[in-house]
Design a protein around this ligand. Structure first.
Ligand code: FMN
Length: 140
């Protein structure tokens, strides 16, 4: 059984073109794969917390295994989002373009799920970061 995570990034609801387009795809996918399981993650009409000082302090705490409980709480939602992403085989992102970039909700989601050692890893060469994507197996 394949599992799909659909991330909707438009701040608009029924009027959203990107949302409607993605839903057409998702319906077709489910019709062709009746055993598939779909999860929707709303990032356009729900508040995804932006990176703040507490988040940075907790995320980059030098001893991750010994994080104080308060810091673990600061990262709880991030852990939920990362677990959700890693727990699905396919990722569908529907998004408009906002001012030559992605909407702020989608950027906030990306900031939450990019996690060194879990969703990506990198090692530095002299000239350029050599990035190996740990989420590479995911289909987008
Ligand atoms: C605040 C804002 C900024 C936008 N910036 C861009 C842009 O930089 N480039 C572009 O091609 N369209 C831009 N658009 C148009 C949207 O991408 C377009 O209307 C899209 O269909 C909206 O997606 P939605 O219908 O799913 O909400 C912008 C729209 C809004 C509301």
């Amino acid at each position: 059984m394949s599992t799909i995570l659909a991330v909707h990034a438009s701040p608009r609801g029924d009027r959203s073109h990107s949302r409607r387009l993605a839903e057409v795809f998702l319906s077709a996918w489910q019709a062709a794969n009746p055993q598939s399981h779909l999860t929707r993650r709303e990032v356009g009409r729900a508040l995804i917390p932006p990176v703040n000082e507490a988040f940075v302090a907790a995320a980059f705490y030098p001893e991750p295994d010994a994080r104080p409980l308060s810091m673990q709480a600061d990262l709880a939602f991030r852990d939920e989002l990362v677990g959700e992403l890693l727990g699905h085989d396919l990722l569908v992102i529907s998004t408009p373009m906002h001012n030559f970039s992605v909407p702020s909700g989608l950027k906030a989601w990306i900031d939450q799920i990019v996690r060194l050692g879990l969703t990506f890893n990198h090692h530095w060469t002299m000239a350029w970061p050599n990035t190996s994507h740990w989420c590479r197996a995911k289909r987008l």
